[in-house]
Ligand binder design. Structure first.
Ligand SMILES: *Cc1c(COP(=O)(O)O)cnc(C)c1O
Length: 480
């Protein structure tokens, strides 16, 4: 493909993308394919001779689209949202064209510097404490990780390193292996599975703190477990708090937990993967109160802030905590401006070496929407969730299973778990909308998450009409 053809094909692709997104609600939100469907549709081996672009493009609708779950359909209400906006798509095109690998400042100064400034912009939008910002001489700062899972792991590894060093400085004779074998990390019993996984990868014990009746961890619950563990000779070193849990969007009491962690020398990391975006609205910012006690904070603009996947933003109060844990300096990566207040080498802040130019899409989105436009987006989703909640509440056959704070509604038919499982099965088999379940206090619950940027009231109303119709049929067949 030469430049002339690229110009032409690029414009055609933009048209294809615009048509796809404009007409997405006409497509069935969830695919019909069976596992292994794709292998039989394409050759066993890569072509020996080049094919034409037409050949490739023809196969998008034949091979790919039948197996796509349309996350940006306004009938998609599963999991949590994943962001999508035109400015972010365009910025990603440019990022692809520049195609730099920005592991150090020298490897592409703009890639590093725009990221640092964007994380300061976003930190200010969230009203994060000054300590988390890089500024020109701050000790803290932000970084873009690929996912919240990576941020949780990076924080856990940095915390592990900090605790080992701290103990060794008091007791230099103690074997490091002995310290590591005593370390224990904590999270809520509602935390995302990636938190438990971080413990597995980090090779440390992980304990779940029981949440209360609202699915939140209170300070007392943590304190109780800490006392037990310390009495047993263990070394508590890390607590991963969740703001906006995945099952029900519950919030741990970080104003209670934070001071305990600070006193005990425990690293508090905050995982606000979904809910974090909402904190740009002053009315939701109180949910982040207590962040001042945290060592690190993370959320996913790629979930709810219109910046396409992948973009998970993480801030640390003390950048040396992270750099100390991961620094390697072979000669081929050295340059004349080593890590300092002004120069950041993000390779020390993450697990891989290479990194894409992801801050471009933040920059495009923030400038094209403005803080006001982003707040409107969040508020619209929350209002749609409240609209759905109100519909559920007036139907006596149903109940709401958790407080609706942001864009997620947890609900169920009054009745057995089997009944609710059967309802979800019918909903997802019909393919008109897509939902996933969760378990809350042993109950099977349906989750309705407002996801697509283009979801409107009529989609929510249609979804509810559809759900209630399926429920009526189900209850007719299996009267309770
Ligand atoms: C979605 C989610 C995650 C996982 O996010 P990734 O970026 O895919 O790793 C982690 N924690 C919470 C609370 C989530 O909702």
């Amino acid at each position: 493909m030469d430049t002339a053809e690229f110009r032409r094909r690029g414009k055609e692709m933009v048209d294809y993308v615009a048509d796809y997104l404009e007409n997405i609600e006409k497509r069935q939100v969830y695919p019909d394919v069976e596992p292994g469907y794709l292998r039989s549709l394409i050759p066993e081996e890569a072509p020996e001779q080049p094919e034409t672009y037409e050949d490739v493009v023809k196969d998008i609708e034949r091979v790919v689209m039948p197996g796509i779950t349309h996350w940006h359909s306004p009938y998609f209400f599963a999991y949590f949202p994943t962001a999508n906006s035109f400015p972010a798509i365009l910025a990603d095109m440019l990022s692809g064209a520049i195609g730099c690998v920005g592991f150090s400042w020298a490897a592409s100064p703009a890639c590093t510097e725009l990221e640092t400034v964007m994380l300061d912009w976003l930190g200010k939008m969230l009203n994060l404490p000054e300590e988390f910002l890089a500024g020109t001489k701050g000790k803290g700062g932000g970084v873009i990780q690929g996912t919240a899972s990576e941020a949780t792991l990076v924080a856990l590894l940095a915390a592990r390193c900090r605790m080992v060093k701290r103990i060794l400085s008091d007791d230099p004779e103690r074997p490091e292996a002995d310290i590591i074998s005593k370390l224990v990390a904590y999270s809520s019993d509602q935390a995302h599975s990636s938190v438990e996984r971080a413990g597995l990868i980090g090779g440390v014990r992980m304990r779940k703190i029981p949440s209360d009746s609202k699915f939140s961890v209170r300070g007392e619950a943590l304190r109780k477990v800490l006392e037990e563990d310390k009495a047993a000779g263990l070394i508590p070193f890390y607590f991963c708090a969740t703001l906006g849990t995945t099952p029900s969007c519950a919030f741990d009491y970080i104003t209670e937990i934070g001071p305990i962690c600070n006193t005990e020398g425990i690293w508090m990391h905050i995982d606000a993967a979904y809910a974090g975006s909402a904190f740009i609205c002053p009315e939701f910012r109180p949910l982040l109160d207590g962040v001042e006690f945290a060592d690190s904070f993370n959320f996913n603009p790629h979930k709810w802030l219109l910046v396409n996947f992948d973009c998970s933003t993480m801030w640390v109060k003390n950048r040396t905590d992270i750099i100390a844990a991961f620094k390697m300096d072979p000669l081929y990566l050295k340059h004349d401006h080593q890590e300092s207040g002004l120069v950041t080498d993000y390779r020390h802040w993450q697990i891989p070496l290479g990194r894409r130019f992801r801050s471009l899409k933040i920059w495009f989105v923030f400038r094209m929407y403005g803080l006001r436009g982003l707040q409107d987006h969040i508020r619209k989703h929350v209002a749609l969730a409240k609209e759905f909640e109100a519909l559920v509440r007036v139907d006596e056959r149903f109940q709401i299973s958790a407080e609706v704070v942001l864009g997620l509604v947890c609900f169920r038919l009054k009745g057995s778990n089997d009944l609710n499982e059967a309802l979800l099965k019918r909903i997802n088999s019909a393919r008109r909308i897509h939902l996933v379940p969760c378990q809350l206090s042993g109950r099977f619950v349906l989750r309705f998450a407002v996801c697509a940027r283009t979801t409107e009231s009529r989609h929510v109303q249609e979804a509810w009409a559809h759900i209630t119709q399926l429920a009526t049929e189900l209850l007719r067949q299996f009267p309770q």
